[in-house]
Ligand binder design. Structure first.
Ligand code: ITT
Length: 193
């Protein structure tokens, strides 16, 4: 017989080709009693200045391919002194010039202000995507600090002293991150549906 705890656990499929993201999403949604099944698919990303538009188009494609309700997540790092670059192009920038290239672009720039944005988009059989956005304000460091994943070693969130995401460790990062903020909004909505 099912225990009460098991019966009350919600489930959702998360589609991403990024294993780091899958791990974080499972940990964060787990804390809201939502169990995550990871489906590893690379989705077509439309070109747009809006992360919401990109995420919602990906959610629709993912729901069509998987045939069940899904979430996807699209994130971007927006650097103020670079007019919001790389923003929606963060993945391409990370793959091409990487953190060292970003730090080189910012040589001689004192204004290090930046923000990390996460958009979680949900889509089900109604085929109308719904998105939830989370932002964290912060700074770009002068050098890479810590390891882990992609931009983590160069992003210092404002709420946490001088530590980069990479130096914080997963528990601390998942408590305050842009992804946490977007997923918390999704979890509250999903738990009520
Ligand atoms: P999908 O399959 O889910 O699209 P992706 O790696 O293409 O995976 P995004 O376009 O959302 O994911 O991510 C943009 C870039 O930002 C990409 O290089 C990520 O690795 C990086 N990124 C996203 N979230 C991050 C985080 O919390 N810390 C560091 N880098 C992150």
């Amino acid at each position: 017989m099912l225990q009460f705890e098991e019966m009350s656990l919600l489930k959702i499929i998360f589609v991403t080709s990024n294993l780091n993201k899958a791990t974080e999403v499972a940990q964060i949604l787990g804390s809201f009693r939502i169990n995550v099944e990871h489906v590893d698919l690379r989705l077509a990303e439309i070109q747009s200045d809006s992360l919401e538009e990109v995420a919602e188009a990906s959610a629709l494609e993912a729901a069509n391919r998987v045939g069940r309700p899904v979430i996807v997540e699209d994130s971007g790092l927006f650097i103020k002194s670079l007019n919001g670059f790389p923003g929606p192009f963060s993945s391409y920038v990370q793959k091409t010039i990487g953190n060292k290239g970003v730090l080189r672009l910012m040589e001689g720039i004192d204004d290090r202000e930046a923000s990390f944005r996460s958009v979680v988009a949900y889509c089900d059989e109604k085929r109308k995507a719904l998105s939830f956005t989370g932002d964290v304000a912060g700074k770009i460091s002068y050098e890479e600090k810590g390891e882990v994943w992609a931009f983590d070693p160069i992003f210092i969130p404002d709420q946490n002293g001088d530590k980069t995401y990479a130096e914080m460790g997963p528990v601390e990062k998942n408590r305050i991150s842009h992804r946490r903020r977007a997923l918390e909004k999704f979890a509250k909505w999903y738990s009520k549906t």
